[in-house]
Design a protein around this ligand. Structure first.
Ligand SMILES: [Fe+2]
Length: 273
């Protein structure tokens, strides 16, 4: 049977690539170390398949067709379409069609209704962490796009439940795969709104602290505070999926630092699973 061997979370703002040279050296070092440490742990866990949970940033979907959750069941996925991601070392990433479809089927059997795609482009939300984690060779990727950028979005509780569901689904897969989950996005940032560029450090630190508390406390706090902490903070949903997969326990912050140059409160975390 397959098993969950790791749960991780990392930020992914575009300016981590586009403005990297302008990031102060000390912050560059800490961000690189944060990504690398997650990569080291993921590799040490001998991960065969990585389930990445991230929003789609208008690379596959738009307002005319915007799934809440879409699972990629392709044998391969296209690399990032953004021109400024052209140095990403993979134009095609291996998927796992059978395992992806197993996640879909398990979800449907338990009252969750994901969309399905056989052909997805993995944009910067997934590929910046993969790149900066220095995963070579890459594990096979099963992407899950979870709408965490455009209202209406799934409830925070539901995102947590998705994590629990994924763990059950992973553990019911018949092959002995070693599977990890990576949630990407957040922490606080603000894009295309009046507060663009703001980082809400206190919100980030409170959120991080509450990952160590019963998940109801975390979700209650987020339901009150997310709206006031920049629209990019909504991506914390992807961390909640990883948290749910870990049963709401074992959160460990690898590092957190607000990085004004990339306009993101940058967080790196893993869970004991
Ligand atoms: Fe994003």
């Amino acid at each position: 049977m397959a098993e969950l061997v790791g749960a991780f979370a990392a930020s992914h703002g575009p300016l981590i690539i586009r403005e990297w040279e302008r990031v102060p050296e000390e912050q560059q070092k800490r961000m690189s170390a944060g990504f690398r440490e997650l990569g080291r742990r993921l590799t040490a866990a001998k991960t065969d398949v990585l389930v990445i949970v991230s929003p789609d940033h208008w690379s596959n979907f738009f307002l005319d067709n915007l799934p809440t959750v879409c699972i990629g069941v392709g044998e391969t996925h296209a690399g990032p379409p953004e021109p400024w991601m052209k140095a990403f070392p993979h134009r095609e990433l291996a998927g796992h069609a059978e395992f992806g479809m197993h996640l879909v089927q398990s979800a449907l059997e338990q009252g969750f209704e994901p969309s399905v795609s056989h052909r997805l482009k993995l944009d910067h939300g997934m590929c910046i962490p993969l790149w900066r984690m220095e995963l070579e060779p890459l594990p096979r990727i099963v992407p899950i796009f979870l709408n965490s950028i455009e209202p209406p979005m799934p409830s925070l509780e539901r995102c947590y439940e998705w994590g629990a569901l994924l763990r059950t689904a992973i553990e019911s897969y018949k092959e002995p795969l070693r599977v990890a989950i990576l949630g990407t996005g957040g922490l606080s940032h603000s894009i295309g709104e009046k507060t663009m560029g703001a980082i809400y450090e206190q919100f980030d630190r409170d959120t991080i602290r509450l990952f160590g508390r019963p998940h109801g406390e975390l979700i209650s706090f987020l339901n009150d505070e997310l709206m006031r902490s920049g629209n990019g903070s909504e991506e914390i949903r992807n961390w909640l999926v990883a948290h749910g997969a870990a049963g709401g326990r074992g959160f460990e912050l690898v590092d957190y630092l607000p990085v004004p140059t990339v306009i993101v409160g940058c967080g790196f975390a893993s869970w004991r699973v």
